[in-house]
Design a binder for this molecule. Structure first.
Ligand code: SAH
Length: 204
């Protein structure tokens, strides 16, 4: 999967490629979808949510340019698969999930796999997790109508934020870098995510 679907589509960061090869995706997908585990497509999980496509996971991770010492915030824990990749590539990961059931399932799997540099909580991630800010990287894995200002405020100077922004059906993956003088935003690619539902996202 890593060579064909990830490296083959242009992901170059050797640390990202290594992490993608080390996290067993089969632990995070539903038992009925095991045969699809290493296809490069999103798959359904509980609560009508999805585990992201491996290529998208690696692309979003590469956008954060992690070297290993960073504090990272993830919004939308979902299955916990992306969380595991972030754990391998940074110092500490904070991840927020709206659905209690998904949070509990992800916590169990991450613990079984031995990840210790992670804190999970149930809540509305559109407001971030101010207690642990500033973050060197913030990753939002659900589609937002716009970039929540509260997340930008929790980004360190030099920090990177990746987030899909658009309507409820299609979005553009945006990468924002915060500097002393403001923010620079670039478009990475088109994408399709489940909606980010919360106070600074889509209304339920
Ligand atoms: N990275 C996950 C993607 C899960 S899909 C994976 O690969 O498994 C996106 C997740 O964002 C869903 O689990 C959804 O419940 C969650 N979500 C949506 N709005 C949210 C919010 N405001 N705060 C936290 N999580 C949210």
């Amino acid at each position: 999967m890593v060579r064909r679907q990830i490296q083959g589509k242009g992901i170059k960061d050797p640390r990202v490629l290594d992490a993608m090869g080390r996290v067993p995706r089969e632990k995070f997908v539903l038992a009925k979808d095991l045969r699809e585990t290493y296809a490069d497509s999103p798959l359904p999980i509980e609560c009508e949510q999805t585990i992201s496509q491996p290529y998208m996971v690696s692309l979003m991770t590469e956008c954060l340019q992690l070297k290993g010492q960073e504090k990272v915030l993830e919004i939308g824990t979902g299955s916990g698969y992306q969380t595991a990749i972030l754990c391998l590539l940074s110092k500490m990961v904070y991840s927020i999930e709206k659905h209690q059931e998904l949070n509990a399932r992800a916590a169990t799997i991450l613990q079984e796999l031995g990840f210790e540099n992670v804190r999970l909580k149930v809540g509305d991630g559109t407001k971030g997790w101010p207690e642990h800010a500033p973050y060197d990287g913030i990753m939002v894995t659900a589609g937002a109508p716009e970039i929540p200002q509260l997340l930008i405020d929790q980004l360190a100077i030099g920090g990177r934020l990746v987030i899909p922004v658009g309507d409820l059906y299609t979005q553009v993956l945006k990468r924002l870098v915060r500097s002393e003088n403001g923010c620079e935003v670039e478009d990475v690619c088109g994408c399709r995510f489940v909606p980010l539902v919360g106070e600074c996202g889509w209304k339920a």
